[in-house]
Design a protein around this ligand. Structure first.
Ligand code: GLC
Ligand code: MG
Length: 424
């Protein structure tokens, strides 16, 4: 969040399972990839991405290995009982203090064990401020009432959340995704960085609270769970700031950005002709996002080999002396590298090949010179590689952005067996 010097244009606070990530109907993660390109293209530089999940940090890390998730600025885990910032996920200790208020894990454990209706979820789901169970839907009301009373008598102030038709979480009263969002908004406000717009997105019971925070737009995905829809029908059906989208998962986020007019919502992935497509932000990030999308299409065989117009224009926008430094350390002329792309047309056809960019950030170091830094991911089947890419551009009045230098290094997360297949 430090990277922003003023109010973010948009803050998206999204649940992960069955909201950002479609576990059922989108095996190629296309909706997520569409969201990703839009975010990196149009929002990353001046907006905030917050993931808010019921998962623990370690289960979140597991999901990141399985799905092409972007790196969020803030990650709220364990049903809003833990908040962490940045790449290295530094925990917010003030929030932990708040979670300790009128909370005693031992007592919750003792009292919940007296309910045969509650089946403990696996150990990986249990946290200092979250005890998670499964329950039969028909027992929820009765157990919630009885358990709340018992814990109150023992001096605790707790909250019970029912999600996904079966999950039963016990957390501190001051916790939960909604309170975590309210806390973040307050913190941002004191730093002078209150977002201009905030959009919350979710699908299940533990997301309900997100839709109760003032001045926050809400999108319930089309595939929302019954408990969330019931809550909405009973409590918020006339609230025009909340929509029940007609699109599933990440598609609903794009839809909501458009519906509430929060900014551009055309994903570059949905653009077929990059030459005609000019984003409204004058930012070289756009060139990089576009290039890697083209690169994916080219290798997937989705661009006709005869249609070299984009390649031609790309080459023309490279400085003749521009160099590409391959992650292996080898150096080549950037124009030659682009020429070489020719022979890779369609080489990944039918191979579940995807490319996405993450944390695309541009800085104009000296007037007219931009450095764009990003993580570039490439996936073929189940194998993934990531490299940190740095591109230097100059802005010329006549030609627009000119590629001056591209350098790539393998990121720590990448185990490179062979790099013959890595072109750019
Ligand atoms: C996630 C968590 C689980 C929790 C559920 C509902 O699935 O892994 O422990 O009960 O969200 O909040
Ligand atoms: Mg969910």
């Amino acid at each position: 969040m430090e990277r922003l010097t003023s109010s973010p244009r948009l803050m998206i606070v999204s649940d992960l399972d069955d909201t950002m990530v479609d576990h059922h109907k989108d095996p190629e993660n296309l909706a997520l990839l569409r969201f990703n390109s839009l975010w990196e293209d149009a929002y990353r530089h001046d907006s905030l991405l917050v993931f808010s999940t019921g998962r623990t940090q370690s289960m979140y890390k597991k999901l990141r290995k399985e799905k092409p998730l972007l790196t969020p600025d803030v990650i709220v885990t364990s049903v809003g009982t833990e908040i962490a910032y940045g790449n290295s996920m530094v925990l917010d200790n003030n929030w932990i203090e708040i979670m300790n208020h009128k909370w005693d894990r031992g007592i919750v454990e003792e009292e919940t064990s007296k309910f045969p209706e509650l089946t403990l979820q696996s150990g990986t789901e249990q946290r200092p401020h979250k005890l998670s169970f499964f329950i039969d839907k028909s027992k929820v009301q009765e157990v919630t009432k009885e358990l709340t009373q018992r814990l109150e008598k023992r001096g605790l102030d707790i909250k019970i959340i029912f999600s996904g038709g079966k999950a039963f979480d016990v957390i501190p009263k001051g916790g939960g995704k909604g309170q975590a969002l309210a806390y973040l908004l307050k913190k941002l406000k004191t730093e002078g960085k209150l977002p201009i717009n905030t959009l919350a997105c979710g699908d299940s019971g533990n997301d309900t609270e997100l839709f109760t925070i003032p001045n926050v737009y809400g999108a319930m995905v089309s595939n929302a769970q019954e408990e969330l829809l019931e809550w909405h029908a009973a409590n918020a059906k006339d609230n025009a700031n909340i929509i029940h989208a007609s699109e599933r998962c990440a598609g609903a986020i794009l839809q909501a950005i458009g519906h509430f007019k929060l900014g551009p919502n055309l994903s570059p992935r949905d653009v077929s002709d990059f030459l005609k497509y000019k984003a409204d932000n004058v930012n070289p990030s756009h060139e990089v996002v576009k290039f890697f999308l083209f690169y994916e299409r080219w290798r997937r065989g989705e661009v006709e080999i005869c249609d070299t117009s984009y390649i031609t224009s790309l080459k023309a926008s490279c400085h003749p002396a521009a160099v590409f430094v391959h992650p292996s350390g080898a150096e080549k002329s950037l124009r030659d590298t682009i020429d070489e792309l020719g022979k890779y047309n369609g080489d990944k056809k039918g191979k579940k090949f995807r490319v996405w960019t993450d944390q695309v950030l541009a800085t104009d170091t000296t007037p007219g010179t931009w450095i764009v830094k990003l993580d570039k991911w490439e996936q073929t089947g189940d194998e993934r590689k990531c490299c940190t890419t740095t591109v230097k551009f100059t802005l010329k009045e006549e030609e627009g952005f000119v590629w001056e230098h591209v350098q790539q290094t393998w990121s720590e997360a990448t185990q490179v067996k062979d790099d013959n297949n890595w072109i750019i």
